[in-house]
Design a protein around this ligand. Sequence first.
Ligand code: SF4
Length: 375
Amino acid sequence: MNSLYIHIPFCLRKCHYCSFSSNVSSTAIQRQYVKALSLELDSLQPTNRGRALSTLFVGGGTPTCLEPKYLLSIIDQCRDIFGFVEDAEVSVEANPGTVDGAYFEKLRRAGVNRLSIGVQTFIDSELTAIGRLHSKQQAIDAYRAAKNAGFTNINIDLMSGIPGQTVASWAESLDQVLSLSPQHLSLYQLMVEEGTHFGRLAEKGELDLPDEDEILEMDERTRVVCQREDFIQYEVSNFALEGYQCRHNINYWDNNDYLAAGAAAVSFVDGVREKRFIDVSEYVEKVLSGSSVIMETECLTLEESFRETVIVGLRMKRGVSISNLESRYGLTPGKYYGSILTAFQDSGMLELSHQYLRITEKGWPFSNSIMAELV
Ligand code: SF4
């Protein structure tokens, strides 16, 4: 399976919680960036021509804050260089307020068949509290426009634990999202990161968030509602109707190889992780001067790679494949972790079958500590 991630590091405004690599930039900078990105994609050609992509994910940032012609040229170039397998998953992240029916129709015609729409909440006061630019109505309009343009595989992102949110308002957002009938939901909990607006407020003790009990109630509400609506939780934060699991992300969680292009994008090929320059000007300058865009290279040892594959695989409800671990590393979790693993099995937190090592329902609330022990 050949996967490619492309990063578009631009947004119309920085959300208060955002630690992603994204900036507000002029169209001139965006134009330069697209040119540099195109050159980086060209550089992948000699080693990848004809290696058809199974998944392409254009993320950000907000890819749809680029003019459509730029996004379309990037997708066309990927088709020229790699080609797509017949049932390739071609995803683009979109934010309400940057898209309309015409934009979605262009994406659809260009071969995009999956959208991920960042909504976060359907409560206007909460959208304002987290610094989003769009309203509830714009989010609904964006979703309907995508559907009318022919998209039948749409993810919506929602976020719990945000300032001013209550269990009732979370339930309202869940009800609203389900009334739209998307095929996939990414339901994240707010993480307060250093260097963000929320991080600074938290340092000053000025960030008021829902407490732990409320978060647990929200999680329970999520579980009940998703089960009722036949959404399968296939990863810590991801739920999908049968057949709509995101193949691009499953490839990450299986810790398989993936290519990448663009500022801040990270690729992982043959055990080597390469991180590209984060700063847009630096990235553009490197590409245009013919220098390497790689800021940092990490070569994993066999054991490091094995442990990483176990940890990311445990994020998925089905767990990590034993036969895959054996064929890739010649190692099995039982032999490698020994008594640590047995202790987790004895306490009912982990289950080891012939096929998978997975976290049990009992172990799920303690998943972070389990992973910390196994890393
Ligand atoms: S839209 Fe997404 S990437 Fe852009 S600032 Fe907000 S959270 Fe960050």
